[in-house]
Design a protein around this ligand. Structure first.
Ligand SMILES: *Cc1c(COP(=O)(O)O)cnc(C)c1O
Length: 344
């Protein structure tokens, strides 16, 4: 049976060039900073994002974790959007490992209002946790891949700066945001003290993420990565495909966005779904109007070869990525139409 896997852009497999880059990578012991390929990736990532230094980490989660550990002390308060990945999907590591308390803020599709942020910041007082970090998620996963605009980030960063609060960007899909906005990625992160981005999602590398920031921050982050057992030896085998990702696979993200548009327009035409506006490669729909729940709908999809993620009782998420073609999207739409006709 033909299977179209729309669960996540983490399903991308490495390109031939990536596999070849692993075979030919110059390697060394990265804990001693002797792996030339890791060093090259870290420099390349820092340069692309306009930051001083970079650090290869195993995953986006580890990047957020190390960033929080580096910005904060135990007992500090971290501001994050209510539906942010680092609060909802990272095993509670913000409290379990970093030892911080979250302060969750509402948003407009992932964009936090700077006035609301400022009013949440409490003055120094022995009763209060010390507010030290604001995390922004761009693109915003649970808000359907919504893009956070540089202007909004700037306004939040101004407030943060006035209160001596650092700004971290969970940019697992920051390159998708840059492509969607047609802007240089530097502009999207210039107001952020640190940024994590994933190599292993739309950028198609098999493993890894990079954390960037200033040199002092990255030096401390390197210590913290070691603290949680994240020092790696011949990590050039991870970095090599990461370099290919950054050099060759950024621009093609626009194809994923195009496919996401085609899919969402096709779904809208069926007139049975409520769909969040699609800005990048994520499509979030609500199936309530079909009169069945998401779990039932996804199992019907699966019967037809279409794999999707559940997001709550009535939510379904589709993701486009390299490996999902325009033809796959057309096929998926036909299958979904067939399913609908048996329900309504
Ligand atoms: C996927 C994702 C992460 C975590 O990345 P992993 O590499 O899967 O650990 C963090 N934040 C956001 C917004 C994500 O979508």
């Amino acid at each position: 049976m033909r299977i179209i896997d729309l669960r996540s852009d983490t399903k991308t497999l490495p390109t031939e060039e990536m596999l070849e880059s692993i075979r030919t990578a110059k390697l060394g012991d990265d804990v001693d900073r002797e792996d030339p390929t890791v060093n090259q990736l870290e420099e390349l990532a820092a340069a692309k994002l306009g930051k001083e230094a970079g650090l290869l980490i195993t995953s986006g989660h580890q990047g957020n974790l190390v960033a929080m550990m580096t910005h904060c002390n135990h007992g500090d308060e971290i501001f994050a959007e209510r539906n942010s990945h680092l609060y909802k999907f990272e095993t509670g590591s913000m409290s379990a490992i970093v030892g911080c308390v979250p302060y969750l803020l509402d948003s407009n599709r992932g964009t936090i209002d700077p006035i609301e942020f400022e009013s949440a910041i409490r003055p120094p007082n022995q009763h209060f946790a010390k507010p030290t970090l604001l995390s922004i998620e761009n693109t915003h996963n649970l808000w359907g891949g919504a893009v956070i605009h540089p202007k909004s980030i700037h306004a939040l960063a101004e407030v943060a700066q006035n209160h001596d609060i650092a700004v971290h960007c969970d940019g697992a899909r920051i390159f998708n945001a840059a492509i969607a906005l047609e802007k240089d990625i530097k502009e999207l992160v210039s107001d952020c003290d640190s940024v994590t981005f994933c190599l292993s999602k739309g950028l198609s590398a098999p493993v890894g993420a990079v954390l960037v920031g200033n040199e002092e921050f990255i030096d401390q982050a390197r210590r913290n990565r070691k603290l949680i057992g994240g020092g790696m030896r011949q990590a050039g085998i991870i970095a090599a495909p990461g370099i290919v990702a950054l050099e060759k696979l950024v621009d093609r993200l626009r194809e994923d966005h195009k496919n996401a548009q085609v899919l969402s327009e096709g779904l809208l035409e069926l007139d049975v779904f409520d769909i969040l506006p699609v800005e990048t490669n994520l499509i979030r729909l609500d199936v309530s109007r079909l009169g069945i729940n998401a779990s039932e709908f996804s199992s019907r999809l699966k019967d037809k070869g279409i794999l999707a993620n559940l997001t709550g009782q009535t939510g379904i998420r589709f993701v486009t990525y390299r490996g999902i073609t325009h033809d796959d999207i057309e096929f998926a739409l036909t299958q979904i139409e067939n399913i609908i006709s048996t329900i309504t």
